[in-house]
Design a protein around this ligand. Structure first.
Ligand code: PMP
Length: 431
């Protein structure tokens, strides 16, 4: 595989950008490689600047459920750009977008657009704290909610890969009100609520954790969170940045039949443009300025281009609900193929799947929380990753991320991936 052009760009990039990348997981550092630089992408395929083609399972970390450069999503975009790219004054498409979300999520009566998942969770917490007049928040080990200070505690994603569960630069005082419990462990939550319940403003959780591989919340666990937060008057926040509009049109809350008080959305509602949103019960959302006293703002929030693309993306999903069934079928095919491979090669591994999110862990199951995830053989994963890359398959360059399937992945893509995965495991595990 020739990656000479990528390598040259990378050498230039490190001079100007920390690590040569604008987000740490892009660096490929954890797998001992330098990153590939992308030229373009279409459907399930991504092409690097050297002309190598890869079946892409990163899909921009989730939003591209319809694949790259989907013609239906893109149609009309040029016209929108030519009208203007940002006004700082409202546009109708923002209202249409808000209505689309509110109609899809009974628990969301009002919604505010922001520019990233990080902003969504950070803002939701501020509102929840103001609403309850309490300071403490509770999160779960291995759940990632973006990089705002108070949430950067025992989180997943790049913080696991690069070993900075609590980053330097986050003052102790800022995280003193962040409590952490074990994912899928209701007892640990009950214990902490007994001690601090009346001071807990909010519990924030990924209903399906997608930042420590894929770990689905158990129904009893999530229902338990609903019950206990109601009992103590704390705000239950579902971070659906990954699961919203992906697990089902109505997100994880539809699948589990649980209504949180607040919901955070991200990338999917921008179809790959920078977007996030947070919403919830009217009474809570009316805390937000200019109706209420909680300040939260953004020059580019509700950007017309992002809203236009997002609106088209979500509308397509709304009109074609069978996309979800198709996506799940593809994911099941991948899951079964991986399981067969593990068995045939007698490799200790576990496949977790939730809807169209799949993760092959190199550790014995069940994998239900951060501690379980930490048992994975990362070195074997790194070899596996490289072997797959050589075979034209692009995974997230770490064991602790999901494989994101899109509707553009074909049966052939999946079959080839299973075959290549077998070969990569043979090499990684000396079989
Ligand atoms: N919450 C979750 C569940 C996420 O997966 C992410 C990012 N992957 C975020 C929040 C932060 O989103 P962003 O990177 O857009 O700030």
């Amino acid at each position: 595989m020739n990656t000479r052009k990528s390598e040259n760009i990378y050498q230039e990039a490190v001079k100007y950008i920390p690590g040569g990348v604008n987000s740490p997981v892009r660096a490929f550092k954890s797998v001992g490689l330098n990153p590939i630089f992308v030229d373009k992408a279409k459907g399930s395929k991504i092409y690097d600047v050297d002309g190598n083609e890869y079946i892409d399972y990163i899909c921009s970390w989730g939003p591209l459920m319809l694949g790259h450069s989907n013609e239906d999503v893109l149609s009309g975009v040029e016209e929108i750009i030519r009208k203007g790219t940002s006004y700082g004054v409202p546009t109708e498409i923002e209202v249409k977008m808000a209505k689309l979300i509110v109609d899809a999520y009974p628990a969301v009566e009002m919604v505010r657009m922001v520019n990233s998942g990080t902003e969504a969770t950070m803002s939701a917490l501020r509102v929840a704290r103001a609403y309850t007049k309490r300071n403490k928040i509770l999160k779960f080990e291995g759940c990632y909610h973006g990089h705002s200070d108070s949430l950067l505690v025992k989180s997943g994603s790049g913080t696991i890969t690069y070993g900075v569960p609590t980053s330097p630069g986050v003052p102790k005082d800022v995280v003193k009100d962040t409590l952490v419990c074990r994912y899928n462990d209701l007892e640990s939550v009950q214990k902490i609520f007994k001690e601090h319940g009346n001071d807990i403003a909010a519990v924030i959780v990924e209903p399906v954790a997608g930042n420590m591989g894929v770990v689905a919340g158990k129904k009893e666990f999530l229902e338990g969170l609903r019950t206990i937060t109601k009992e103590y008057g704390s705000v239950l926040i579902f971070d659906e940045v990954i699961t919203g509009f992906r697990l089902a049109f109505g997100g994880a809350q539809e699948v589990y039949g649980i209504e949180p008080d607040m919901t955070c959305f991200g990338k999917i509602i921008g179809a790959g443009l920078p977007v996030g949103a947070y919403g919830g019960k009217r009474e809570i959302m009316e805390m937000v300025s200019p109706v209420g006293p909680v300040y939260q703002a953004g020059t580019l929030s509700g950007n017309p281009l992002a809203m236009y693309m997002g609106y088209k993306n979500i509308s397509i999903l709304k009109e074609n609900k069978n996309i979800y069934k198709e996506l799940e079928q593809k994911a099941i095919k991948l899951e079964n193929g991986f399981k067969e491979n593990l068995e045939k090669l007698n490799v200790k591994g576990t496949v977790n799947r939730a809807g169209s999110l799949v993760c092959l862990f190199f550790a014995e199951g069940p994998i239900e929380n951060y501690e379980d995830v930490m048992k994975c053989d990362v070195e074997k994963f790194n070899i596996y990753f490289k072997e797959l890359l050589k075979r034209g398959i692009l995974l997230a360059p770490t064991q602790f991320e999901a494989m994101f399937l899109s509707n553009a992945h074909t049966d052939e893509d999946i079959e080839y991936t299973i075959k290549a995965s077998y070969e990569a495991m043979e090499i990684a595990f000396d079989k």
